[in-house]
Ligand binder design. Structure first.
Ligand code: PMP
Length: 466
């Protein structure tokens, strides 16, 4: 089949995730046919550097035969069985053990799911159940953050703070509140985004980070500690725009949480498995979460699998006092997915890829990425480990463009045309490449990003047709 044939069938039958169906139908999809290392190949013969590791998940890179072998072997051995009725199977048991060995010392149990969204649904049910078992059934409120992403199921959307998602398909799950995000460039630098307060002078990032933590404390006090079950947050917000909080933020949040009896849920779906140079983002920030939803890099995206890592405090209560937990999925701990995840973790470990992000390739990316700040379109270039963002600004003013100009989307399309996948969130350009990316490939990524920025600038200089 040719590209046009695929596109016709795609248009006729396939409703894509997070997509304006009609607009895509008019434009046509790019068809990705195969991939190796950090490159994807489309049906037109283009080789494209995947700066996003798929959807932040292909940590080990594409084309790893070891994972193919693990899947094949397990499919032959036992393609499916469940763990519902007092049964288990070797791949899920082994994976549980491996995960608990890699997790912080106080985390010794895991509940498997099929995705990150299901992991966060599990989180919501688990934290409320925990407090009910503790004789505090009123502790039901969960505090999340605006512009956070925790999935697309009803609980995932409710816990997340994406305004456009909240506006569709409501009503949301009750008793979930959201506090401000530690997004200095967007909301602290020039005082933007402070609802009701108007625009104020820019703030020092560290003072801003502390102010965001204070907003959490204010929300806890408003709701009443006796009504709050948990606070949920990503270590670094991914889908929100690769938002790396100011250094002051997490220590200040830790100090707030230490004052109140509230569970901490750290969503590790993106930051887990090496993205920030540690096995978990929580380790990078010195956090001791009660629950850690995981997915994506757990299997490097080769097969769908997620889970919730459960700290001792919650696990002991669920085990000792809980009785039956009426919760689980047909594919919880699916044997083939678990076998692939196990092999994936073994390879990440054996090849020292997590330490490499912290000690070698992360710092290399940081130095090359930061240099892009010299480009007239770039107001900030930030990165941590192998996650990075560029904030696009109007060179004339140094301020952000009007949203309606769609500069981020233009830059993203020019990146793709130039052989690089870089994602745009508004006018924030994002990368999250496979952990196996080499220095030469980072050089290529930077060159292509710079070329796309130049091309974007040139397009903006063209006379406006509207
Ligand atoms: N949490 C975070 C932080 C995520 O980034 C995502 C996915 N982008 C999810 C949860 C949801 O995961 P999934 O798409 O596997 O349901």
């Amino acid at each position: 089949m040719h590209t046009r044939d695929y596109q016709a069938l795609d248009r006729a039958h396939y409703l894509h995730p997070f997509t304006d169906f009609k607009a895509l139908g008019e434009e046509g999809s790019r068809i990705i046919e195969h991939a190796e290392g950090v490159y994807i190949h489309d049906s037109e013969g283009n080789r494209i550097l995947d700066g996003m590791a798929g959807l932040w998940c292909v940590n080990l890179g594409y084309g790893r035969e070891e994972l193919v072998a693990a899947a094949t072997e397990q499919m032959r051995q036992l393609p499916y069985y469940n763990s519902f009725f007092k049964t288990a199977h070797p791949p899920a048991v082994k994976l549980a053990e491996t995960l608990c060995r890699l997790a912080p010392a106080h985390v010794n149990h895991v509940f498997f799911t099929g995705s990150g969204s299901e992991a966060n649904d599990t989180v919501l049910r688990m934290v409320r159940r925990y407090w009910a078992l503790k004789g505090q059934p009123d502790k039901q409120w969960v505090i999340g953050r605006k512009n956070a992403y925790h999935g697309s199921t009803v609980a995932g959307v409710s816990l997340g703070g994406m305004a456009p998602m909240h506006a569709q398909g409501g009503p949301l799950v009750p008793k979930i509140a959201h506090v401000r995000q530690p997004y200095w460039f967007g909301e602290g630098r020039s005082g933007e985004g402070r609802s009701g307060e108007g625009r104020t002078a820019g703030q020092d990032p560290e003072a801003f980070g502390r102010e965001c933590a204070a907003a959490l404390e204010a929300k806890i006090q408003e709701l009443g500690e006796e009504n709050v079950a948990a606070f949920i947050a990503e270590p670094v917000q991914g889908a929100g725009g690769a938002i790396i909080p100011p250094e002051s933020y997490w220590p200040a949040v830790k100090a707030v949480l230490a004052k109140y009896d509230i569970l901490l849920v750290v969503d590790e779906v993106i930051c887990g498995f090496g993205r920030l140079g540690e096995w978990f983002g929580s380790v990078h920030y010195g956090l001791e979460p009660d629950l850690m939803p995981i997915a994506k890099g757990l299997s490097s995206g080769y097969l769908p699998i997620g889970g919730v890592l459960v700290g001792d405090r919650v696990a002991e209560t669920l085990i000792e006092e809980g009785g039956e937990f009426f919760h689980g999925f047909t594919y919880s701990g699916h044997p083939v997915c678990a076998a692939v995840a196990q092999r994936n973790l073994e390879l990440l470990e054996a090849e020292g890829l997590v330490d490499r992000v912290r000690d070698e390739i992360g710092p290399y990316l940081a130095s090359r990425w930061k240099a892009l700040e010299a480009h007239p379109l770039v107001g900030e270039a930030r990165s941590l480990g192998l996650i990075g963002a560029l904030e696009l600004v109007d060179p004339a003013t140094g301020e952000r463009f009007a949203e309606s100009r769609g500069v981020g989307t233009l830059c993203r399309d020019l990146c793709f045309a130039g052989g690089l996948v870089m994602r745009s969130v508004g006018d924030t350009m994002i990368i999250s490449p496979p952990l196996v990316i080499s220095r030469d490939e980072i050089d290529e990524l930077i060159d292509k990003a710079r070329a796309a920025l130049d091309a974007t600038l040139a397009r903006l200089a063209e006379p406006q047709s509207d």
